[in-house]
Design a protein around this ligand. Structure first.
Ligand code: L34
Length: 280
């Protein structure tokens, strides 16, 4: 039976470390949080981030905008926050309502305040191994592997999903940790034969019970990045947890796995941004 990786407990540890560092700064670090519209999941995640900021002694500046906000209004707000010296980081929660251009928003956030690590400048820095920030979800997964002494060097790592936010940067961080990485996606042929080779399997697809027991090698480490709802409205990931848990060596639950780590790594990035702004 697999060891469950406790993302909630590890997130608390990371946040305690960040809070101790943040307390040493000559001024409080600050995060501007932009939420456009009424997406219920986004509201929960943003509330969590604001709570994390409070725990870490970081100021949060909430900007809750109506769903009808125009692109011009949103970009004007970002420009104002770019120039606000109390704001070290700017987080615009995704997804945005249909009529708004996410890419333009990501590009508008000044790279030194891009605590999500979504701006092409920061993505590029990460890819060349000279990161300013690390993308929160993949960084959270790497922190979990470190905390549980799970080696990556030389291991076969399979990532399901190739999004800019999770799959691609996840593959990059695993590669930088000397893993041998395969990124799979909706066009991958004979997927199960690839996932069955994985020593470390990271799933970020967004489909309930997509990863079944026959896709997992005995003793594999299984990391579930997804946040889905099952037919009863219960939070769940991509992994058929009950069936896969007996085969895996380590497994992350949903909830209580990667989600809290994403938020904890955001706090680390805000601290980094504040230190950079203070010349520390
Ligand atoms: N800009 N948009 C931006 N940055 C991000 O890093 C995100 N993401 C993703 C969605 N949009 C974003 C998040 O914050 C996903 N995500 C996220 C963050 C936290 C949690 C889940 C997703 C989380 O805290 N999950 C809890 C359960 C929360 C619940 O009860 O619904 C967990 O234990 O997994």
């Amino acid at each position: 039976m697999a060891i469950r990786i406790d993302g909630k407990a590890l997130a608390a540890k990371v946040k305690a470390r960040t809070a101790a560092e943040a307390a040493k700064l000559p001024r409080q670090a600050g995060l501007a949080v932009i939420l456009v519209g009424e997406n219920p999941a986004s509201k929960v995640y943003v509330a969590g981030k604001e709570k994390d900021c409070a725990e870490c002694g970081i100021r949060s500046f909430p900007h809750k905008l109506p769903a009808e906000t125009t692109q011009e209004e949103l970009l004007a707000l970002i420009e104002k926050l770019n120039n606000d010296p109390d704001v070290d980081g700017i987080l615009c929660q995704l997804p945005l309502p249909e009529h708004l251009d996410e890419e333009a928003v990501i590009h508008a956030i000044r790279p030194d305040k891009d605590v999500d690590c979504f701006h092409p400048f920061n993505v590029g820095r990460m890819v060349i191994g000279r990161p300013v920030f690390l993308p929160c979800t993949p960084a959270g997964v790497m922190e979990m592997l470190r905390e549980y002494d799970i080696p990556v060097r030389g291991k076969r790592c399979v990532v399901l999903g190739r999004s800019n936010i999770v799959g691609k940067p996840m593959g990059m961080l695993l590669t930088q940790a000397d893993g041998t990485v395969t990124i799979c996606h909706s066009r991958t042929e004979d997927l199960a034969s690839i996932t069955r080779q994985a020593d470390i399997l990271v799933s970020a697809i967004g489909k309930t019970r997509f990863v079944t027991a026959d896709m997992v090698k005995e003793g594999a480490v299984v990391i579930d990045v997804a946040m889905n709802r099952d037919e009863n409205g219960k939070l769940c990931g991509d992994v058929d947890f009950a069936a896969v848990e007996p085969r895996a060596s380590y497994i992350t639950p949903v909830p209580g796995g990667v989600g809290p780590m994403t938020r904890a790594m955001l706090m680390e990035n805000i601290l980094t941004a504040a230190k950079n702004h203070l010349g520390l």
